[in-house]
Design a protein around this ligand. Sequence first.
Ligand code: HEM
Length: 464
Amino acid sequence: MISDKWSASAVAGLISLPLEPLLTREYETDPARVHERLRVKYGPVAPVELLGVPIWFALGYDEVLHVMQNPREQWSKRVDNWRAYAEGRVPPDWPLLALLRADNSGFHDGDRHRDLRGAWVAGLRPFQEPGSEQARRLERAMVRYCDDLIAVMAEGGPTGWADLAAQYGRPFPLLVANHLLGVTIERGEEMVEDHWRLLDGPDSAAAYQRLYATLLELATIKRQRRGDDLPSYMIEAKPDITDEELTRELLMLSGFLDFTGALISNVIFEMLTDARLRPTVSAGAIEETVNRVALANPALANLTFRYARTEVRLGRFTIAPGDPVMLSIAGAHADPLFASALPRDNVRSTRAHLAWGAGPHRCPSQRLSAQMCAIAVRRLLDRFSTLKPAFPDGELPWRPSPFVRTLRSLPVHYELNQAFTGASRPEPGDEPSPPAPKDGGTDGGDGPPRHGLRAFLRRLLRAQ
Ligand code: HEM
């Protein structure tokens, strides 16, 4: 319900329209139907209410792309440019306010954004450069993380039941985060759990404080003693970045890794339930499968707001200066003007989708994230001979979120490949490796000792 303070004449444009709440039960279970209804009623841009706050919701492909590309810097990501916020009409405890007010590259414009983004691009480069030593080492570590997660998941026996979202899709990227941050397992254990709590609570405020303190300490250590890791490369690229600035950037990892876990779960879900994907999966074209799912079921369905700097015509409406617009990637991909132009029987699906964003804020980690998804899915298919959905029809536990579209849990019945019998059999990598450097040091080789990692994974999965 919209409160009286929204009916001030200054917001008459948006508020004078009938605003339907976006986050309904119907949106949670069938967002595509809501998108279509809004499209029929309003065209490519619709006025909606998001948790009690009026916003514009863009779901036309051309409109979403145009705003992302931000020609003539018409759009800002700075919350100060949101008129309702500047005028005190957004309640201080509005649930999304803390996120939108964050002081990091995702919510800056212009030079400040370019500077901080430059640190990300440079910091991620060694891990994304094909053939580089860091990329090869990370790839080996990712394969091990997947195998260890599968081994722990299948400890009950060669056949059984598992939750591939909670036990696989979500923890895997968090282990990759440790590798990127260059922390030992002793240190990383607590961080993984806090990344997790930050996203899902219940004590997310305490987890935020702890994670902030840990990352700040890490930033300070890395400045003094550089390693082969993301924070060290970011400092190298932007030596004037303060420890606090770097900490705020690194805190964004929780969200990004959550999107990665969500995309992994979405790929597995679509693989298990959509017969149209079978030929691609059977041909072993996993990267292509990931791309098809990023297009059909983008993990990051909607983006955080852009605020109009001037009066702008968008769709059938005139957006007033200071109005917030939420870009819907899922809505844009379903836009008939875009979707109907895609050739159906192409071997390689289009890369012209918006799952990784576009324009100045485009994801700088696309290659790495897509690779993480492909490795996670490939290892799963190698290790299991059978994976069958174990959820009742029509009762899928979608995660309620304004931004991320994924399942809360993804239960399956599995059967292990005969060639792989789970964790009971020691594997070459199980031998203890040399002691890892102390706090803040990198894991030196391909990661922490394997027996330690598996014990940690057991504790982590039990703690859920
Ligand atoms: C499947 C996983 C991922 C998806 C779908 C995804 C998608 C996106 C999208 C759509 C944006 C643009 C946001 C906007 O325009 O408002 C973005 C930005 C960003 N992503 Fe990703 N991302 C993923 C994983 C990652 C990972 C793993 C990292 C880091 C290791 C990362 C780092 C970033 C950064 C730093 C930005 C902000 C860029 C800027 O503001 O200039 N992303 N991502």
